[in-house]
Design a protein around this ligand. Structure first.
Ligand SMILES: CC(C)(COP(=O)(O)OP(=O)(O)OC[C@H]1O[C@@H](n2cnc3c(N)ncnc32)[C@H](O)[C@@H]1OP(=O)(O)O)[C@@H](O)C(=O)NCCC(=O)NCCS
Length: 162
């Protein structure tokens, strides 16, 4: 398996492996992620079999906004490989992600890779709360300077007095 930054020519292949890409909002998300350089693809024999998006939209911290593996290639280490790859790219000391409470595969994957639960967001998907997970810098492959990375981010930090 090879993991590399996604390029515009990958968009059709990413959409073909993501069953939710039938929805215009998802296709827009994929196009925007590729255009902004935040998407990586996993490929096998030159075919895209999964993708991940790492951005800094979560209070300025690294956030895995998407992880998706083609159904035919699951349970073969692709998801774990993509997460390990984005961990090496993450510029902040904490890396967050989130998934629905009902998404047991993603939760099992995150726990296996050393992520801890970090809170629950209700009212996003009705009846299926969003569980936030995170991993600290010392568990990530490299140590990062959070302040510097946060200062570079255009996303405002949460007001500590709020
Ligand atoms: C969640 C997802 C990304 C996992 O990808 P994957 O390539 O199948 O995961 P891996 O093969 O790397 O799995 C690594 C470990 O995660 C856990 N895991 C993964 N899928 C699992 C499942 N269906 N049931 C239980 N544990 C699972 C296991 O511990 C597994 O290790 P093992 O196979 O040695 O037991 C994939 O199921 C997927 O794309 N789902 C749809 C999209 C999605 O839900 N994305 C996450 C929310 S954004």
């Amino acid at each position: 398996m090879n993991i590399r930054p996604a390029i515009a020519e990958d968009i059709a292949a990413i959409c073909a492996c993501d069953h939710l890409a039938g929805e215009p909002a998802r296709r827009r998300f994929i196009r925007d992620a590729v255009a902004s350089g935040t998407a990586d693809v996993a490929e096998r024999e030159a075919r895209v079999i999964g993708y991940a998006v790492l951005d800094y939209s979560f209070y300025g911290h690294g956030f895995i906004a998407m992880l998706y593996v083609h159904p035919a290639h699951r349970r073969a280490g692709v998801g774990a490989g993509l997460i390990r790859h984005v961990e090496t790219r993450c510029k902040t000391a904490k890396l967050f992600t989130s998934t629905n409470e009902r998404n047991r595969p993603m939760q099992a994957l995150l726990v296996k890779l050393g992520y801890s639960p970090s809170g629950v967001i209700n009212n996003l998907d009705e009846g299926d709360p969003e569980i936030v997970y995170f991993k600290r810098g010392e568990k990530l492959p490299f140590d990062r300077d959070t302040e510097e990375a946060t200062a570079r981010s255009s996303v405002p930090r949460k007001d500590p007095n709020r």
